[in-house]
Ligand binder design. Sequence first.
Ligand SMILES: [Zn+2]
Ligand SMILES: [Zn+2]
Length: 314
Amino acid sequence: MRFRFRLDIKRAILVLMTITVLILIAVKIGEQDQQEELPPETYITIVNKDGENEKIELERFVMGVVAAEMPASFEDEALKAQAIAARTYILSHCEPYGQPRHGEAAVCCDSTHCQAYVDELELRVRWGENYDKYYAKIADAVLATRGEILFWQDTIAETPFCSTCGGRTENAEACWGQALPYLVAVDCDYCGHSPKFSSYQRFTLAEAASLLATDIDKLYSMQVEAYTPGDRINTLSIDGTLYKGTELRTKLSLNSAAFNWLIIGDNIVFTTIGYGHGVGMCQYGADGMAKRGYDYREILQQYYPGTIIHKDET
Ligand SMILES: [Zn+2]
Ligand SMILES: [Zn+2]
């Protein structure tokens, strides 16, 4: 009897083990089915902050870029438009759309060279107790537009953007010399809520003359010669010498090339409208459009007119 009993237990254990294995296999197959339903992940190579090449999933990288480039408090549709602008720029430096900028790596994380990007650790510090809320918001915007990029006809588009256009965006050639049919000045009635919509910058005449490498007396002769299609200063002259508006902007660190000035006593006060170069998407404008009920497609159409949204299938 004792022997039979032991045998039964052995059989029971064997049956149980078989059932467990079968369940595990079934779960595994189920997981695989689920995974197959998700879109394939795209990995790209970037140069990280430590200067090393790093493989990173594209959409995860886009999340860090959107977080770096646009306040997380902005409207969802504005964040989606920003996600597409960012993804388009990144993929324009990946095969088959274009050439990487750093050997094998598509882009670096230096905002002055390629692409501003913040990683998870920095975001935790920046957002503190809002981390979960903001990260979920940005992840939703990025994943809602997964794989979507902007095209002009059959080529990938260039997607510059700036903080605040101040009422009208700018033609690309007025800023960088190269014209593109979809980077043209358009009116923007949506960025009035930007804290940088207008500002003042004050210099002593001596400071301004030094920064412009001219004499104080000559500052009194400064006058606008021509405006750009986006109502910024194209050229101005100081005592017969021509300057580009963008050149003066850089030399004086003005918020934009849409400026005016007044000499009061020993000071020269510059009034600027908007913040940034003005070409392409106005970020506060995108937020303002979203507040008025426009979706990300309409936002992109406003600031990159004539482009089409294309789904990356690589
Ligand atoms: Zn770079
Ligand atoms: Zn604007």
